[in-house]
Design a protein. Structure first.
Length: 203
């Protein structure tokens, strides 16, 4: 009995160490800056842009990209019921008639998985094949994973938005940032688990 308990403790310790190393790897891989404007690959045009709501500066970035001609249409996923395009444009300090024709809103998503399937449905309805993904820098990896599972036929171009309230330098010293990264890392692990199941089913 003592030997079994010892082995369980060793196994638990190994899992904890692996989890901690993975967290460090994840935090180190969060983009510190947005795409380089001089990089033609990162900034090439796509059929559409999707903004995953839930963080600061995401919508403004998506609208700027649309205004710059980086895509034909912008899809905003996870919008609260009752919000319309004109209201979003007013909140972003843009004229309601400036780009209203090129923006679509999705109201059904309340999670990243929901964002992925809502966006995939919209992309298929539009017949689009490439998509620029605008979301927070700490959220971009999981978003790409979920979107890739929902629409494997679509080319995804990441466009991380640097969240000003997330302190990535010495992140462990900032309780808010540390908690955010731990939660996002745990969600990413679950997403990887789903991805492994997805690959097994696809085969």
């Amino acid at each position: 009995m003592t030997r079994v308990i010892g082995r369980l403790l060793v196994a638990a310790l190994l899992v904890a160490v692996a989890w901690g190393l993975g967290l460090v790897w994840f935090a180190a891989g969060v983009p510190r800056v947005g795409p380089n404007p001089a990089d033609p690959v990162a900034n090439r045009a796509t059929d559409a842009i999707v903004v995953l709501t839930g963080g600061s500066n995401r919508l403004g970035t998506g609208l700027e990209l649309l205004a710059a001609g980086r895509a034909r249409k912008l899809f905003v996923s996870g919008v609260y019921d009752g919000v319309d395009v004109q209201e979003l444009l007013k909140l972003s300090r843009r004229a309601p008639t400036e780009m209203e024709c090129c923006i679509a809103l999705g109201y059904s998503a309340d999670s990243t998985i929901g964002n992925a399937y809502e966006t995939a449905d919209w992309m298929r309805d539009q017949g689009f094949r490439s998509l620029r993904v605008v979301t927070a820098n700490y959220h971009i990896r999981r978003s790409l994973l979920e979107l890739g599972m929902a629409m494997p036929e679509v080319e995804l171009v990441p466009h991380p938005v640097v969240a000003p309230t997330v302190h990535l330098a010495d992140w462990w010293k900032w309780p808010g940032t540390a908690n955010l990264l731990v939660n996002e890392y745990n969600k990413l692990l679950l997403a990887y688990g789903r991805y492994l199941i997805y690959l097994a089913v696809e085969r």
